[in-house]
Design a protein. Structure first.
Length: 229
């Protein structure tokens, strides 16, 4: 059992109405994978314009031959006008579903709010009756970092990243594989930080007290074991 870093780009936030168009994954052997997923014309027409802009669908996806022409549209029309529709160069959904199922089998999914990606990947696999056998414990790197730093929600992912020493400017946001790389960087950084004391100096630290007890017992577990005590 290991960890797999995952991120998806979608046509919107609704898990029923909107579809995955990009998957980025770093598998348990640290091999990187990325797939552009072929969409149907209906999925493209139902896309949320803001979501498509954020992920730069039109610049990066093989089916991105759509252009916004708001000056030619009535208020009730879509914000997209189709120039061309071709899935050439994008992977079919069933292929991506099979590969993702294989690479995630038995592993923890790690990402920024991985429940978002997990729900959509699960729906994708369900379409083809492919079992999803990743571990039910999802690992959210934002919650992981906030817990290590002793920060209560709500938190800011940019501030958390900086606090654990990860420079977000080195990664391209809203590109699936790059976001998976960022998740891995935060995850790795949190795991090597060790115990962080965030209380005022005159305030007792439960973690420090735990370390003192362990030291007295001559037991030095990995730092991640301390998190579970």
């Amino acid at each position: 059992m290991g960890v797999v870093f995952i991120d998806t780009e979608t046509t919107g936030l609704d898990p029923v109405k909107h579809a995955i168009w990009e998957v980025g994954l770093i598998d348990a052997e640290l091999v990187e994978h990325t797939w552009m997923v072929a969409l149907t014309e209906t999925e493209i027409n139902n896309a949320d314009q803001f979501a498509m802009d954020i992920g730069k669908f039109h610049e990066r996806h093989p089916q991105g031959f759509m252009t916004k022409v708001p000056d030619r549209l009535t208020p009730g029309e879509k914000g997209w006008a189709k120039r061309e529709h071709s899935s050439a160069g994008a992977w079919t959904k069933d292929y991506v579903a099979k590969i993702v199922a294989s690479l995630t089998w038995g592993h923890h999914l790690v990402g920024a709010v991985p429940s978002f990606d997990e729900e959509r990947l699960r729906r994708l696999l369900d379409v083809f009756n492919i079992p999803h056998r990743w571990h039910y414990h999802l690992v959210d790197i934002e919650a992981l970092a906030a817990g290590k730093l002793g920060i209560a929600p709500p938190w800011n992912s940019h501030e958390l990243s900086a606090a654990v020493g990860v420079d977000e400017s080195l990664f391209t946001a809203h590109e699936a594989l790059s976001d998976a790389r960022w998740a891995k960087a935060v995850y790795d950084s949190v795991l090597v930080l060790g115990v962080i004391k965030v209380e005022p100096e005159d305030s007792p630290s439960p973690v420090a007290e735990t370390e003192a007890v362990l030291a007295a017992l001559s037991w030095n577990p990995p730092f991640h074991e301390l998190d579970r005590i």
